[in-house]
Design a protein around this ligand. Structure first.
Ligand code: DGL
Length: 285
């Protein structure tokens, strides 16, 4: 059965945690009349140090949940989940358009003058086939300097956007890159736009920081436009946020992260009789 999507249907967005809110913020800015459903899988954050298979199984569970909610497009606002599952999800759920993330190596390789580019991303992203193919296509004449910034996602999940530990992690990652002559830094994890001020402070004004979130929002707009699914009725615009961990913790961080307060709703993971991870609004009794 082919599913017909309607203009008023919501857009689903997901990440392991708060990172994808950097994408949600841009989507809401560009498409204020869209209904946005955001899932933060904080029961499993960080995704970056898990296996590709594990991250893919969570991405499938979240996709099923969002499809049940009637979304018209799914934005995988997470580089790690895109790397682990984008191709698979497109193959299995072919009724729904997916927009995923990939480290912005293409623009970086076009913009760099020193031919040295720094990439900050998580382990899963660096391990995936998507990243290998980007390196092959866009890093032939550029030297890439990678860092997984151990502990940074956890710091951002706690709302520590500018404390000594966050600063230390970023200095450890960026200073060797500066010594090697980078003039461009690619943010290959959606959590990292929240620490752009600190990254810029450490890297200095000569280094360009590439934040992919505006480009992703534009891509979502293009896909919806192609399908005739853009909503222009401002009355329809809304944001709903769900988490698979404690809603109060996330709720308290929203003013810092997106400058807004709202009620966060709970989601629960369960395993069905076939051993498949299921995400739903109700806890199993
Ligand atoms: N925000 C994510 C990303 O873009 C995942 C970070 C994590 O959970 O490790 O990769």
């Amino acid at each position: 059965m082919v599913v017909q999507h309607e203009i008023n249907d919501p857009i689903g967005i997901f990440d392991s945690g708060v990172g994808g809110l950097s994408i949600l913020r841009e989507i809401h800015r560009l498409l204020p009349s869209e209904k946005l459903l955001y899932v933060a899988d904080q029961a499993h954050v960080p995704y970056g140090s898990r296996s590709l298979e594990e991250v893919q199984s969570y991405a499938v569970g979240i996709t099923r949940f969002l499809l049940d909610e009637g979304v018209k497009l799914i934005a995988i606002a997470c580089n790690a989940a895109s790397s682990a599952s984008l191709q698979y999800l497109r193959g299995v759920f072919n009724d729904i358009p997916f927009v995923g993330m990939e480290p912005a190596l293409k623009p970086a390789s076009q913009q760099t003058r020193s031919q040295h580019v720094g990439i900050l991303a998580t382990q899963v992203t660096f391990q995936g086939a998507l990243y290998a193919s980007l390196l092959e296509r866009f890093a032939q004449n550029v030297t890439i300097h990678q860092s997984t910034c151990p502990g940074l996602v956890t710091q951002i999940e706690k709302g520590n956007l500018d404390d000594p530990e966050t600063r230390r992690i970023l200095e450890d990652a960026i200073k060797p890159m500066l010594m090697a002559g980078i003039d461009t830094i690619v943010l290959g994890c959606t959590h990292y736009p929240f620490v752009i001020p600190l990254i810029k402070e450490i890297a200095g004004h000569r280094v360009k920081v590439i934040d992919p979130s505006p480009a992703i929002a534009l891509q979502i707009k293009r896909v919806l436009k192609d399908k005739g699914l853009i909503n222009t009725d401002i009355q329809n615009g809304s944001i709903s946020i769900f988490t698979s961990a404690s809603p109060t913790t996330l709720q308290s961080l929203l003013p810092i992260l997106i400058g807004d307060t709202m009620t966060v709703q709970s989601l629960f993971w369960d395993i069905d009789t076939h051993g498949v991870s299921i995400l739903s609004r109700r806890a199993k009794l």
